[in-house]
Design a protein around this ligand. Structure first.
Ligand code: GLN
Length: 304
């Protein structure tokens, strides 16, 4: 039997010692205030045992990791209709890249680039009575934890600096792929990015992706084929123009956020979350990627 606790303790010690921790995102001013020496990791195995190390219980801005969770809620509501408005191909470009969207006539490459996630937010607004509250309740139920909430300051910080997201939303609107007002859709999008969770809470939320759609409390949210598709998208698109590198080094479906979090799953085995705010040049957590490479190497387990 693998002793996950020993392995993640070693990983955390290594991460804390590593000198080059990457650079904290500064294009969202609220995120620039975060201490780059933080490192947290939490793993939940298939028997629902949790293993944590270092700053695993400190909340951080989940940013683009929320794109997997908003996709999950959207997919559970509209099923395959979602793919009429969003493609499922890796973009090979940064998360906020725009020219492909124009070239491909307003159909985002995938739901994990900003443009795709903005369309997901648009669908949620069309389908839900109170999208912000309903999304939060969905997340709170997945984690059985009512303390999960939005950080209003971060959402506002994104709104006042979100020029590229406004450009993407306007481009989508011009192609008829945004049904609600730009301001309204982006307000939800910025709030989704501004959710705060710690490593343990996020690992709990991602339990559905390693457990065929069933959450920690035993309730089923998505079917096996939907989970297959979300995990495939995480593997191929979860790290933008570094998705190949993550598959190559780590070998797990996963998703990063510019808050420094990474959530990943090994189906049927575990869900794991790392948090290290320093990013590499592609906008993915530098130490998080290293830590997960160590995890799959030391445990000799990956999807391959
Ligand atoms: N809120 C960020 C943005 O829209 C999300 C980007 C990310 O985490 N990769 O730019």
């Amino acid at each position: 039997m693998i002793n996950y606790q020993i392995i993640i303790d070693d990983i955390a010690i290594d991460a804390k010692r590593t000198k080059d921790k990457g650079v904290v995102a500064s294009y969202i001013p609220e995120l620039a205030k975060i201490n780059s020496t933080k490192f947290g990791i939490h793993l939940i195995d298939a028997n629902k045992n949790g293993y944590s190390a270092a700053d695993a219980f400190e909340k951080f801005s989940i940013q683009s990791i929320s794109k997997v969770l908003s996709l999950a809620l959207c997919f559970s509501i509209v099923d395959n209709d979602i793919w009429k408005r969003i493609n499922v191909e890796p973009s090979g470009n940064p998360f906020n890249h725009l020219s492909l969207l124009e070239f491909e006539k307003g159909i985002p490459r995938n739901p994990f680039n900003n443009d795709g996630a903005i369309v997901v937010a648009d669908i949620l607004i069309s389908k839900l009575k109170n999208p912000k509250t309903d999304f939060l309740v969905f997340l709170q139920k997945l984690c059985n934890d009512t303390t999960i909430n939005y950080n209003k300051k971060v959402a506002e910080s994104e709104r006042v600096t979100g020029f590229k997201n406004f450009a993407a939303a306007n481009l989508l609107k011009s192609f008829g792929n945004l049904h609600n007002d730009v301001e309204v859709v982006l307000d939800l999008y910025f709030h989704l990015c501004a959710i705060e969770m710690n490593c343990e809470q996020l690992a709990k939320a991602f339990f559905i992706f390693m457990n065929h759609g069933k959450c920690l409390q035993g309730e089923t949210y998505l079917n096996i084929n939907q989970i297959k598709r979300i995990n495939a998208l995480m593997l191929t698109c979860g790290f933008y123009d570094e998705a190949g590198e993550f598959a190559f080094e780590v070998g797990l479906p996963g998703k990063s956020g510019v808050g420094g979090g990474i959530a990943a799953v090994l189906p049927n085995k575990y869900t794991v979350v790392t948090w290290a705010p320093g990013l590499n040049q592609k906008g993915n957590s530098k130490l998080g990627m290293l830590a997960l490479e160590q995890l799959t190497t030391k445990t000799e387990q990956s999807i391959f």
